[in-house]
Write a protein that binds this ligand. Structure first.
Ligand SMILES: NC(=O)c1ccc[n+]([C@@H]2O[C@H](COP(=O)([O-])OP(=O)(O)OC[C@H]3O[C@@H](n4cnc5c(N)ncnc54)[C@H](OP(=O)(O)O)[C@@H]3O)[C@@H](O)[C@H]2O)c1
Length: 287
């Protein structure tokens, strides 16, 4: 496949770039210096020059709390930037895969969200991605929107890395126990996204590791597996208010992914593999 990827320097980009670097693929991996999503002409030029069969749009302003105070920036990058890419894709005749988020939902459900459940974001970040989804579906009806959640991996800051750091320096770590979702390991996600492209996927697809947990459950498992002595204490979101409201429940149904016969490992197995390759605070490798 000939692929142009926006967001190469990010957490997910770190694992998608190698996934598309084999001899059968031709990848143009772009960072913000190569093309800022807000620059319509620049985006159009890189797409025209690279003539991709697929465009993978991972680039986004992902600071969920930062988006609350920088609404204009959130919409300029996440929504208008995505529209710039979609228009350029249309001109070039390229397929587009847009990476979206569980935060397009409000979390009021108690059973997994289906791809056609109504969007109802509660944060500026979620709203910017939800509006982008709607506009992209209008501009490019064959777009593929891959919603994912709770990413972790070795390409940037993530929850397990933070917990490992805190648990190695403090006796107790407080973690919210009233938000439930599916942690997703970026190498597993990258592999599934490429399979979706090869399968010519279109429409909305939910792509996460299987199973679900609260952030407290996730942290407990990280500390237990790493053998650190810290105690993980469950707390409520109300005790730790943040600028952006997060959904209390944002588990995404895997049905849409199963339709493409793409299985995903469970999040505990993904965490085991992450820890097996994660340097600890002391510089050694966690078994
Ligand atoms: N992280 C999660 O838990 C999570 C959950 C659900 C969905 N997602 C979605 O998954 C995708 C990948 O997330 P991620 O965690 O890999 O994000 P990330 O680590 O924050 O990386 C975002 C990438 O976008 C680039 N970028 C930012 N502003 C840009 C602009 N104006 N023009 C061009 N590029 C720009 C960044 O470049 P610089 O590094 O140079 O700034 C970076 O390469 C995003 O679309 C996100 O919304 C993430």
């Amino acid at each position: 496949m000939r692929v142009t990827l926006f967001g190469a320097s990010g957490l997910l980009g770190h694992d998608l770039v190698p996934e598309l670097s084999g001899e059968h693929d031709q990848l143009t991996a772009l960072s913000v210096e190569d093309a800022d999503l807000r620059d319509h002409a620049g985006v159009r030029d890189v797409i025209r020059d690279s003539r991709p069969e697929w465009i993978l749009l991972l680039a986004a302003y992902t600071d969920v709390d930062g988006c609350e105070s920088k609404r204009d920036l959130a919409f300029a990058v996440n929504c208008e930037g995505a529209v710039n890419v979609a228009r350029a894709a249309q001109e070039a005749g390229s397929r587009l895969m847009f990476i979206s988020t569980d935060y397009v939902f409000d979390g009021a459900k108690r059973s997994p969200y289906q791809v056609n459940d109504a969007r109802c974001p509660t944060s500026v970040y979620g709203e910017s991605k939800a509006r982008a989804e709607e506009q992209l579906l209008n501009i490019l009806p064959e777009v593929c929107i891959a919603r994912t959640s709770w990413l972790f991996g070795h390409g940037g800051k993530c929850f397990p890395a933070t917990i490992l750091k805190l648990a190695s320096t403090r006796p107790e770590v407080s973690v919210v126990n009233d938000q439930r979702g599916s942690p997703t390991y970026t190498p597993d996600l990258a592999s599934a996204l490429v399979k979706l492209c090869r399968a010519n996927a279109q429409g909305v697809v939910h792509v996460t590791n299987s199973g679900n947990c609260t952030w407290y459950d996730f942290a407990t498992e990280i500390v237990r597996r790493s053998g650190l002595p810290a105690i993980v204490k469950p707390v409520t979101t109300a005790e730790f208010p943040r600028p952006a409201r997060r959904p209390a429940y944002s588990v995404l149904s895997p049905d849409s992914l199963h339709a493409y016969n793409i299985p995903m490992p469970d999040w505990q197995d993904a965490l085991r593999r992450y820890l097996a390759s994660a340097p600890t605070a002391s510089g050694s490798i966690v078994p």
